[in-house]
Design a protein around this ligand. Structure first.
Ligand SMILES: Cc1cc2nc3c(=O)[nH]c(=O)nc-3n(C[C@H](O)[C@H](O)[C@H](O)COP(=O)(O)O)c2cc1C
Length: 765
């Protein structure tokens, strides 16, 4: 019975947030208060009216030193005959069953804001009493609302949030545990009204939405200022449109690096919302996104590059090792302070500028020893580019006299052009070409390929092998026969290939592949999984046979693909997390802007990655070396496995090209075989994308003497190797040289560029 009474009392009180006022010199009020007491609804009485009167008298006579024994007479004079009990007002808070005896509104406000002077003058305080402020989102919003109430920056607060408090909110929401399950609006209102029952508080328990927006902004008077601190991206945008339409200034606090945005729609009614950062975002499309999917939009709005290192690292772990992005009490409390200060000055016409501002504690308060800029170890820095003199010098060391036929400049240029459209890891184009009367020479220029993955130049040799294949095909189409020698000068790994040309009536059948040279492309787009035609698979199997020692394994079984995909995805993640791999990818390889892409004409244009917006946003924050270092410390990074796992799940098959041995020439010949299959695939309308990091990571682990350094990385690569050989026993006595996926993805959105012929080719006869 008792429990039921308590429960029914609790539910009745769950939504109560308005105090009752009793001025007991009025008979009706006196009766009502007596009834309340008789009903047992008052559990606590706090009557501190006397000390409030003392303070009031002190406030009214600041220049007088009042002795404690003088107060009685002064108070009695002030009461002017009314009994102390009846003076002021009794306020009852139903949610806590507290009854308080306080000064009535005018005197109360005078005493409560007395210490604001003259940071806030009486006149300013009076002006602020007229102001109406709307706040949406009551995490940081609660801190703002409370600070505003304490400072009395306004007379009315309209608060909107649809959420209830949960335990995990209590790291930043100033309230007691007993409020779990209570609406955040109610919690904020109660806290405010317990500080000052005379502030008008209006609540919107189901948050701000289209249906109540007009009411929120205009009912009972237009808002003077709107504070937007909510998570709903659609509401962020829609509410700004409304504020702009009504010429209401907007302030937003972002809880990271003390970032504060001011949009003076009152002064600049044409101003683009969110400084133009929300251009092109359609609120209706982004309404129901998951936390993870919201990230790219949030990053665009808050500026992916400018957020703090720890927030970046956290963003990369959302829905991996954490549920959502972090918010700290210190930032929330700081946000309350910053926003209140700025809003007060806006409301008092003392500050007018729109913009984005930072009060970044990490920047403002830090050890004097300033952090060094981004410095990379010397061993990351690539050797200088090969010069023409060096290359010609090396050619001199090649034995043999002039060729029977010397190709004209434009003829050999056509052939070299075919060579440079070959694929290369990260589009490094690790080659240089020299044509002399002895034939065509291909050099490996480490300047372009120097990286973690290009261990022993093996990745470059795959690319050069592919370029040699292209030359053979192009030459055949021009009725030329080629003969190739790898490493014509002993112990010289820079001079990789010497190709001689002879005229022939009987060119290689590979000439048929010539149209495929220019269509061959890396296709990273995703489409639904579709089986590949059996005839195509038979054809590529028979083609590989003409490459001595080469083997091709095609995996179509979905389970096996998925398992192999996991290993490839983990390899991709390990590369990104590895300090050197990160440097290679983000400092060297990726091209973020159209200008950079067209100026350098190598590397990977991020737009060719086939990445979704959220993947691109993740990539952008992943470019921060410090954020990645922190992620490494957390042993995080799983988000980087997502894109490979996803592309494998959309693939028709995975393929592995292997060779009998671990040697430079095996990788060169393997490269030629890969190119052949790639061209045939593309000619047959089958899309091809390498996912080959694991091959090169394993090669380093298995063949490098220097395995010191990152023990964890080495261990993880080792485990991937063991799993690979267990999953694909066919590889056990073979050397994998290339792994790729096949799909039916049509034409990719973009093709990669190549450096100019002039920068890679010397005609010297
Ligand atoms: C040795 C080698 C490794 C490669 N590894 C990858 C890879 O892991 N992921 C990927 O998407 N592309 C990979 N590629 C494809 C290259 O990025 C691509 O060939 C290059 O950007 C040029 O673009 P294109 O092939 O469209 O002409 C690799 C290419 C080579 C030759």
């Amino acid at each position: 019975m008792l429990k039921e009474t308590i429960l029914s009392y609790n539910s009745e009180n769950k939504l109560s947030y308005t105090p009752s006022f009793f001025r007991i010199h009025l008979t009706a009020d006196k009766q009502a208060l007596e009834n309340l007491i008789a009903e047992g609804k008052v559990s606590f009485v706090h009557d501190e009216i006397y000390s409030q009167l003392q303070e009031l008298i002190k406030c009214q006579n600041p220049s007088v030193r009042i002795k404690s024994d003088e107060y009685e007479a002064l108070i009695s004079k002030h009461l002017n005959g009314s009994p102390l009990d009846e003076y002021g007002v009794w306020v009852y808070y139903p949610w806590s069953q507290r009854l308080l005896h306080i000064l009535d509104e005018e005197e109360f406000v005078t005493v409560r804001t007395n210490r604001n002077q003259f940071k806030i003058t009486r006149e300013e305080q009076q002006l602020l009493r007229e102001k109406k402020i709307g706040i949406v989102g009551l995490s940081v919003g609660q801190s703002i609302a409370l600070t505003m109430a304490m400072e009395r920056t306004c007379g009315e607060l309209r608060l909107a949030d649809f959420d209830v408090a949960e335990l995990s909110n209590l790291n930043r929401l100033r309230t007691g545990l007993h409020n779990m399950g209570t609406n955040k609006t109610i919690i904020a209102a109660r806290e405010i009204l317990e500080i000052d029952p005379f502030i008008s508080v209006k609540l919107f328990h189901d948050g701000l939405h289209k249906g109540n927006m007009a009411q929120f902004f205009t009912e009972d008077g237009k808002l003077d200022l709107f504070i937007e601190v909510c998570d709903g991206i659609d509401i962020k945008i829609e509410s700004r449109y409304k504020a702009r339409e009504l010429h209401i200034p907007v302030v937003m606090d972002t809880n990271d690096r003390g970032m504060l945005d001011v949009e003076r729609f009152d002064l600049e009614p044409e101003r683009p919302i969110l400084h133009g950062l929300a251009d092109g975002l359609d609120p209706s499309n982004i309404k129901d996104l998951s936390n993870e999917d919201k990230i790219p939009y949030i990053l665009k709005m808050v500026g992916a590059e400018t957020i703090s290192t720890r927030l970046k690292a956290s963003m990369m772990e959302v829905e991996q090792s954490i549920n959502t992005w972090p918010q700290l009490a210190s930032s929330v409390v700081l946000g309350g302070a910053l926003t209140t200060d700025v809003c007060r000055r806006i409301l008092l016409d003392q500050f007018h500028e729109s913009g984005r501002y930072y009060v970044d504690m990490d920047e403002l308060v830090k050890d004097k020893e300033t952090e060094k800029g981004q410095e990379f170890p010397d061993e990351y820095i690539a050797p200088p580019e090969l010069t023409a003199e060096e290359m010609l010098q090396m050619v001199q060391e090649v034995k043999g006299g002039p060729e029977d036929i010397i190709l004209a400049g434009d003829v050999i240029a056509e052939i070299v052009k075919a060579a440079i459209v070959a694929p290369s890891g990260g589009n490094a184009q690790p080659w240089k070409f020299v044509y002399t009367d002895k034939g065509l020479f291909i050099f490996h220029d480490e300047h372009f390929s120097y990286s973690l993955l290009d261990f022993n130049h093996l990745g470059s040799y795959i690319a050069i092998g592919a370029a040699v294949e292209n030359i053979t095909i192009k030459a055949a189409a021009m009725n030329l026969h080629t003969s190739n020698t790898f490493f014509p000068v002993k112990d010289n790994t820079k001079l990789v290939s010497h190709i001689r040309f002879t005229a022939t009536e009987n060119p290689d059948v590979k000439r048929q592949l010539e149209p495929g040279l220019s269509i061959r492309v890396t296709n990273r787009e995703l489409t639904v999984r579709e089986n590949l035609p059996a005839e195509f698979l038979t054809n590529i199997q028979s083609s590989i046979e003409s490459y001595q020692g080469a083997g091709l394994l095609i995996i179509e079984d979905e389970h096996r693909m998925k398992e192999l995909g996991k290993l490839l995805a983990k390899a991709e993640m390990l590369r990104i997390i590895h300090p050197r791999g990160h440097y290679d990818t983000f400092t060297n390889e990726l091209r973020w802007t159209a200008e950079e892409t067209t100026e350098k004409r190598d590397g990977l244009d991020v737009n060719t990655l086939g990445a979704s917006n959220s993947e691109l946003a993740a990539l952008k924050i992943a470019s921060d070396t410090r954020a990645i270092a922190f992620l490494r410390q957390l042993k995080g990074g799983n988000a980087f496995t997502r894109s490979v796992n996803k592309s494998v799940s959309f693939s028709s098959a995975l393929g592995i090209v292997s060779m009998p041995n671990y040697s430079e020439t095996d990788f060169l010949s393997g490269g030629a075989a890969v190119e052949r299959i790639w061209i045939e695939a593309n000619l047959a309308g089958v899309s091809f994308q390498p996912i080959s990091q694991l091959v090169f990571m394993l090669a380093r682990l298995e063949h490098s003497e220097a395995v010191s350094g990152d023990e964890l990385y080495n261990q993880q690569v080792k485990e991937l190797g063991e799993e690979l050989y267990q999953l694909i026993p066919e590889l056990q006595n073979r050397q994998p040289v290339f792994i790729f996926r096949l799909s039916k993805a049509g034409e990719p959105r973009l093709r990669s560029l190549r450096r100019s012929l002039e920068s890679s080719f010397i005609y010297h006869v």
